[in-house]
Design a protein around this ligand. Sequence first.
Ligand code: MG
Length: 378
Amino acid sequence: MLGSTGSVGQQTLDVVRQFPHHFRVIGLAARQNATLLEEQAREFRAELICCERDDSYLNGRIRERSLRAQLATIEEIASHPDVDIVVVATGGKAGLAPTLAAIRAGKVVALANKEVLVMAGQIVTREAKINGAEIRPVDSEHSAIWQCLWGEDSKRVERLILTASGGAFRDKSLEDLVRATAEDALRHPTWNMGHRITVDSATLFNKGMETIEARWLFDVPFDKIEVLMHRESIIHSLIEFVDGSLKAQLGVPDMRLPIQCALTYPERMPASIPTRLDLSRMGSLNFGKPDLQRFPCLSLVMEAGRSGGTYPAVAAAADEVAVEHFLARRIGFMEIPRAVETSLAAHKPIKDPTLEEVLDADSWARSWAEDWIKAKAL
Ligand code: MG
């Protein structure tokens, strides 16, 4: 479990907790929160642990013999011979190296990290093919499409339709959006998630990233991927077949469902969550087209995805920097798309980049966006 102390990590362990006879946690890795990691390691009897920012704390606990585990690098955990499934829920580009380590070791990768496929989709999917590694989606939308595809011939699929709740600002006017604060953005109506992804949901940047992920996960060209606004987050996504038939996956908006699906595939197990979807009480479900004027991030990222090469990495990096500054109240909400747009416009792309070139593009975009924001804030 990589990223065990984060939102998806904790929910994954919650699923594992429900099926003590099916899963054994071999390793836990996190960037921070060593005390929670220690607690998790004790509860799940993890053999290997890694806390990027606080290894010395864990080392101390191990030396005092209050914790029975071994320190390891995140790549060692991801490629350990006893590991079957690697859940990658580390945020940002930190997920890239361990994902590749897991793929090169032929593991099943349950992927919750967005940047891995957004930044390096071509490299990662190519490596997966070469090494016979399987990538299973954890995100609710991709899990929905994946589930709809079970037993189907992918050549008969005409379109993938990703649904979007619209985030915290779906009903706000453009004027409201200009004045929107970090507090406003962090109130997501349906999903309970980390800070960055909640802001990315409010700008629809997140949905744009999901179109890129879908492109690589399901090997489908961009013109076959669409975004549909659906505020209730009950239909998690759909596919349309060549005969016009649509297939959708529905469920309560709870991440533990897609997580469980990725862990137990091809089996289905009794739900680890208490609530069931009662459609008779839902009354109605709403749909609409995304408003690209209020949420320009969506088209910016999709365009970056279509252009390919190093563009998606630049968009993701610039967005991450901009969101940090927005959360720190240094820039406004509508300046997030502007930071992304100007970074993309200034970037000199590389067509079929190596991992190193992707990471270079990432660093370039970060410093470029930082400078742009600093110049604005002065
Ligand atoms: Mg999602």
